[in-house]
Each structure stands twice: as C-alpha cells, then as structure tokens.
Write a new protein. Structure first.
Length: 305
C-alpha cells in the first residue's frame, strides 16, 4: 500500500517528461501537465492557494471559494472544493470552451459566463463579476491568482525542481505559456537559481495588454495572454516573451493531435514558438516545453469544427 494516495489531491504534480520533436538537433522534452488529476497545470497553484488560506484562517469550513478564471484555475479550485467540501463559484469569459464550463459544473461549481472584454476593469467582465460576488458572499475567499504569492511559489517548490531533477540538471531552455505568469515566474526563479545561464522563454498572446500595450484586442487562445501585469510576473527571470497569433496556436494544436499529443491551445502555442526558436539551439542543448492542459477541453472549439 506504499504507493497509495489518501486523496486525489495528493496525486497533483510529479508529471512525466517525454521526448518531443521540435525539428532541432537539440534534445526536447514536454512536461505533460495535463496528466494532473484536474487536467491541467493549474492544480498546483490552486492547491497551494487553498492550503495557505486554510492555514492562515481566511478560508474556514463551510466557506465559499470565488475566482475569476478562464477555466483551468477554476476547474482545479472546483475539484479541490469538491474534495474538501467548499462551495465554489467561478466567473469565466465567454471565450471559454463549452467543455471547460461543463467540467466546472460537473464538479458542482456555480459558473457565471461573462462577456469577453479586453479591459479587466470593465464592470461587465469576469473579473469585476468575481469581485462583486466576493463582496456580497459571507465567508467567501478569493484566491486571486494574479496577486497571490502562492501561485508562483507552487511552481518554485514543485514544477521547477521536478524539471531540474528530470533533466538531471541539463536543461538549457524552458518554453512556458504566460497567463497569470505564476508558472514562468516560479519555474524561472528556481531554474535560474540552479543555473543562471538557463534561458526562460515565455509565450504570450500577441494581442494581450503586455504584448500589444497600445492596441490590445481579444484573442481566442485560452490559458495564455498577459492582461494583468502584477507581481506574479517576475520579468527578472524571463529572457524573452514571444508573441503567438491565434491562427498559429490553433494550427499547431491540430497538427500535434495527429502526432499523438492531444493538447490544449497554450501547448500548441508553446510548440509553435519552440519550433521557430529551434534553429538557435545547439546540439547539446536540452529544451523543456510546458504542455499545460489537454485537447479534450477544446474538442468543440479546435478539433471538431
Ligand atoms: C492551458 C493553460 N496554459 C497556460 C497557462 C498559464 O499559466 P500561468 O497562469 O501560470 O501563467 C494557463 C493558466 O491558466 C492555462 O490554463
């Protein structure tokens, strides 16, 4: 019985690293974060944020978890809430796939689908709606992934060390999608502490506020896109932040399914950028790509259309 976990939450993390072909002489591996029990990388920060809230008393038994999420953070919170017995309310923008909204509801979360907007302060948007619900719900806790230090810390303490150990310290480049930026900041900090020469390459939606500050526009690539520039983004550990267009992310995501990787749009975006970057890699380089979630969450949006 040694390998048994007491609950599904103990199965979060320790995801496999598998070889992928990015068309370079260098070694390339994908970290299959879609094998987390909630189906994405966001299980890690969700568990850290809830555990810390319980520890410091802001989330008490019978409490309600409320979060604005484009899907995966919400799904992770819904799973954790279901295991631990909390009510969960998630607000999502209407670009969120049907499958993600259905998954949230399947875990028993209440979902508010809000109009997509390129401005986070928009009172109609999903962030404003989450704030409103938070203020009128007694016993509510809002993890607020964009401002919660446990978000990058989850990756600093788990994802980063796993990548370092799985590559036996040989990693030279890490390609990571940027949304709240907890992943890139946490992994980047850990890896740079081990070896400052490791290149941390972020992938952002081309028309996000960060990549198009003068003319941000909505985009269809879920999961990535830096529209809130907060302390969870530590640019001191990011070497480059490269933009991805929706059409490139969608095309690569479809192509990857035909190669056996049924991954989500941010993984397609990461793969597209890594392939473009590949000619710069040397033979002994070791690149790691983060595949943050599964294509099953996008069957109606990307594949079966
Ligand atoms: C599929 C997917 N990829 C990438 C990211 C970006 O991760 P982070 O918010 O840590 O920047 C997210 C975040 O929700 C995601 O859901």
């Amino acid at each position: 019985m040694n390998n048994k976990y007491k609950s599904v939450l103990e199965a979060i993390g320790n995801t496999p690293l598998v070889g992928v072909d990015i068309g370079a002489n260098a070694h390339a591996f994908a970290k299959l974060e879609y094998l987390n029990p909630g189906g994405s990388i966001k299980d890690r920060p969700a568990l850290f944020m809830i555990t810390e809230a319980e520890r410091n008393g802001v989330l008490k038994p019978g409490g309600t978890i409320i979060e604005a999420s484009s899907g995966n953070q919400g799904i992770a919170l819904a799973m954790i809430g279901a295991v631990k017995g909390y009510e969960v309310i998630i607000t999502v923008p209407d670009r969120t796939s049907f499958e993600k909204v259905s998954a949230l509801q399947a875990y028993g979360a209440k979902v508010y689908v809000c109009p997509d907007t390129d401005c986070l302060e928009d009172p109609e948007g999903y962030h404003a709606k989450a704030e409103e619900l938070f203020h009128k719900t007694p016993g509510a806790f809002m993890p607020n992934q964009y401002y919660n230090k446990e978000n990058p810390r989850a990756h600093y303490l788990t994802t980063g060390p796993e990548i370092w150990q799985q590559t036996e310290g040989r990693i030279t480049h890490c390609f990571i999608g940027m949304g709240s930026c907890g992943t890139i900041s946490g992994i980047g900090k850990y890896l740079k502490e081990q070896n400052p020469a490791i290149k941390i390459i972020g992938i952002d939606a081309a028309t996000s506020k960060f990549s198009s500050p003068d003319n941000p526009k909505t985009y269809k690539t879920e999961g990535i896109g830096v529209d809130v520039i907060s302390d969870t983004l530590d640019m001191s550990v990011v070497d480059e932040a490269l933009p991805i267009k929706d059409e490139d992310a969608f095309a690569m995501t479809k192509e990857m399914a035909h190669q056996g990787y049924l991954v989500g749009l941010s993984s397609g975006a990461v793969m597209h950028v890594a392939k473009q970057y590949a000619p710069q890699l040397k033979q002994d380089d070791v690149a790691v790509l983060i595949f943050a979630d599964s294509g099953r969450a996008y069957l109606s949006k990307v594949f079966n259309v």
